[in-house]
Every structure is written in C-alpha cells, then in structure tokens.
Design a protein around this ligand. Structure first.
Ligand code: FES
Ligand code: FES
Length: 182
C-alpha cells in the first residue's frame, strides 16, 4: 500500500469508493458496519462504532496507543484495514470493562498522566499470564510508548496485576528499575 502512496497513486483508485457491509465480533457482540474495506480499523471503531476509548498517537504503527485485540492478539488498529478483521473477534478497551483491576492499578500507581497511551498499554498487557516477570512485562509492552509518565509506574501497575512479588522490587519515580527511562 505504501508503495502506491509513495508513487502518488491515490488509494481510492485501487478500491471502490463506497462502503461494503462488514461483519465482525466487537467486544462479544455481532457487529455490522457499512464502511470502505480499506478504512482503518481505528476509524471504524471510533467513528462508526462510537468506541472512543481506543486512542490515536502516531497513526503509523509506531506507538501502540491504538492497540486492540484481534483474535486475542494485540494489533495496532491504525495500520490495519477493517477488511482484515472481517469475521474476527475484536476486543477494545471498552470490552475490558470499566471496573477492571488493571485500570484501577494504573490509577493507583500513577501509571497514567495524559492517558493517551493507557488503553493501548492495558490491551497489550492482556497477553500476560499470572506470575509474569518484569522482563515479560517489558516484552509485552515493548511496542507501546508513553510520552509523559515514564515506564516504572506502568510496569509496577502491570506487575501488581500479573506478578505481585516483582512489583515490590520496583521503586517509584523510576528508581530501582535498570534499563528504564522514567
Ligand atoms: S496510533 Fe497506532 S501505533 Fe501509534
Ligand atoms: S500517560 Fe501520556 S503518553 Fe502515557
């Protein structure tokens, strides 16, 4: 797709300029939308499905702010067309629920400031199993960037959710976490 854009060929020349009925499962509910198959998943979620919890940071697959789960795998919804999730199972931050323990931990551990990265962090962390280590958390969140909080509070929140013992070894404000930029 990018090759076409670099060569200056508008994407609309490659696809029909109107919507198609697309079906997928969204947060457990069968969902039908009438959209262009090449519409970005993030736009369909936010504008057609009115689920604005998924945030856009970079818009080019670099920051992870737009992470949702597709068939259980974290993906950047800003770089995949909705056609790619036809008949798939899509979970957004709204599907995690408003009383989710990890969301509370992000608040309690001050793991969120502006909050743009937070839904993506929480969705990316869903792949972690119990007793995860700090390294497991770093790997799971490696594709998610935070511009304001720093990572120690985020890791602490996730470890208190998925690896309680490890959380105690992490100091506040970045102290005690090697290789972490606060
Ligand atoms: S907004 Fe999708 S990766 Fe940054
Ligand atoms: S809290 Fe602002 S980008 Fe992470």
């Amino acid at each position: 797709m990018r090759d076409y854009l670099r060569r200056g060929r508008p994407l609309r020349h490659l696809t029909r300029p109107f919507g198609y009925p697309m079906k997928f499962t969204l947060n457990g509910a069968a969902t039908d939308v009438d959209v262009h198959p090449m519409a970005r998943l993030i736009d369909v979620l936010r504008e057609d499905c009115a689920l604005t919890g998924t945030k856009e940071g970079c818009g080019e697959g670099e920051c992870g702010a737009c992470t949702v789960l597709v068939n259980g795998e974290p993906v950047c919804s800003c770089i995949i067309p909705v056609a790619q999730v036809e008949n798939a199972d899509v979970i957004t931050i709204e599907g995690i629920g408003g009383d989710d323990p990890l969301q509370h931990l992000f608040m309690n551990e001050v793991g969120a400031q502006c909050g743009i990265c937070t839904p993506g962090m929480i969705m990316a962390a869903q792949v972690l199993g119990p007793d995860s280590t700090l390294d497991d958390v770093k790997i799971a969140l490696a594709g998610n960037l935070c511009r304001c909080t720093g990572y120690s509070a985020i890791y602490r929140a996730v470890l208190k959710w998925r690896g309680a013992d490890a959380a105690e070894s992490i100091g506040r404000q970045g102290s005690g976490v090697s290789g972490v930029t606060p």
